[in-house]
Design a protein around this ligand. Structure first.
Ligand code: MRU
Length: 355
């Protein structure tokens, strides 16, 4: 019996606030966090209470609606209300640098705010218009994930064993999932899917979140230390590796949770297809090459301690990039709402230049 409705209520607008499912508490506890102001929401994104590229984008959309609501409460006039929304856009943009979905949503909602304001909207009109647009972004994300899920499901055999990394599931999106969306859609199409989930050091999104949500949805899921992925791939049991992405450059180079690149190398070495599943909001035609993607560096303490316990001697440094870049040449295909995009990616990904 699932603990939550599905698609998961990862981020919602409730009355006067943004409510996020606090993913730092999973798998131990299903708890929600009320974000009553921008500081709360930005802190929730930074500490990964809400995380995963599309989910951050959805949260940012509701964040701009929240900024407009606070402008209504403060009785700001129309120009000051717009200024507050645009300031909030800057604050949200500074939370995490790598997932392009954040900037995609902020650009979309920011432009909408400017249009509403030019059409004469006061603070209340701005709030109503931004909330409606944020809900559209959210609904579209679920629809894109369902569509890409169907496209990806067709790539899997009737009885499939899939290896995934980090959490690119309902928890990382508007509720349905990208890599795990493929797995949900495969089951909806009558296929049987067994999943191996990399634990995903250092914050264990694979063990804590992917394993939690797949078990919650009734799948057989097995967690492994990512160092064991090589042996697993060599054993021949894996039909496909499917991951999500935080930003996909025009040439197919893909930023995703650190550890994805070595997994792609291993998949290539063992002739296992390596698929990246992502909605249109993750493709960044303005970034030509993976080397232009900003990689978030996080607190070294995330590597040297876990849950308050030291995992390295005191005083030892740590390198903690949150993401790595997989060269496009290691990606078998991208799975998106337009279908399955295969190399050469500098041609097939042009579908996103006109969105
Ligand atoms: O640091 P996180 O947990 O936000 O990283 C998440 C990932 O790397 C996901 O694989 C990616 O955002 C795709 S989510 C559909």
């Amino acid at each position: 019996m699932s603990a939550l409705p599905f698609p998961f209520p990862v981020v919602t607008w409730q009355e006067d606030r943004v409510v996020v499912l606090d993913q730092t508490r999973l798998p131990g506890e299903v708890a929600f966090l009320d974000c009553l102001n921008l500081e709360d929401l930005c802190a929730a994104i930074r500490r990964l209470s809400v995380r995963g590229a599309p989910a951050i984008g959805v949260a940012a959309g509701y964040g701009l609606a929240l900024a407009a609501k606070l402008a209504v409460d403060a009785r700001l006039d129309a120009p000051l209300a717009l200024a507050a929304v645009l300031r909030a856009r800057g604050e949200l943009a500074a939370t995490r640098p790598t997932a392009v979905n954040l900037f995609w949503a902020l650009d979309r909602l920011g432009a909408h705010a400017v249009r509403l304001s030019a059409d004469g909207a006061d603070a209340a009109g701005l709030h109503a218009g931004l909330l409606a647009e944020a809900r559209r972004v959210h609904d579209e994300d679920i629809a894109m994930c369902r569509a890409l899920g169907r496209a990806g499901a067709a790539l899997l055999p009737d009885c499939a064993t899939v290896l995934t990394h980090c959490n690119a599931g309902g928890l990382a999106t508007g509720g349905y999932g990208t890599a795990l969306g493929v797995i949900y859609a495969a089951r909806e199409a009558g296929k049987v899917v067994r999943v191996f989930a990399d634990e995903t050091r250092p914050l264990l999104q694979g063990a804590r979140l992917t394993a939690w949500e797949l078990a919650d949805q009734g799948f057989e899921v097995t967690v492994l230390c990512e160092g064991a992925a090589g042996s697993l791939l060599r054993s021949g049991v894996i039909d496909a590796v499917v991951t999500g992405a935080d930003r996909i450059a025009a040439n197919g180079d893909t930023a995703n949770k650190v550890g994805t690149y070595p997994l792609a190398v291993l998949a290539d070495r063992h002739d296992v297809p390596f698929y990246v599943a992502a909605p249109g909001s993750t493709f960044d035609p303005a970034t030509a090459h993976g080397r232009d993607i900003v990689i978030e560096q996080r607190d070294p303490a995330e590597v040297t301690a876990f849950a308050g316990l030291a995992t390295a001697p005191a005083g030892v440094g740590a390198w903690n990039p949150a993401f790595d870049v997989t060269p496009g040449e290691l990606v078998t295909a991208f799975i998106c709402e337009h279908g399955v995009l295969r190399p050469p990616f500098d041609q097939s990904l042009t579908v996103f230049r006109f969105d």
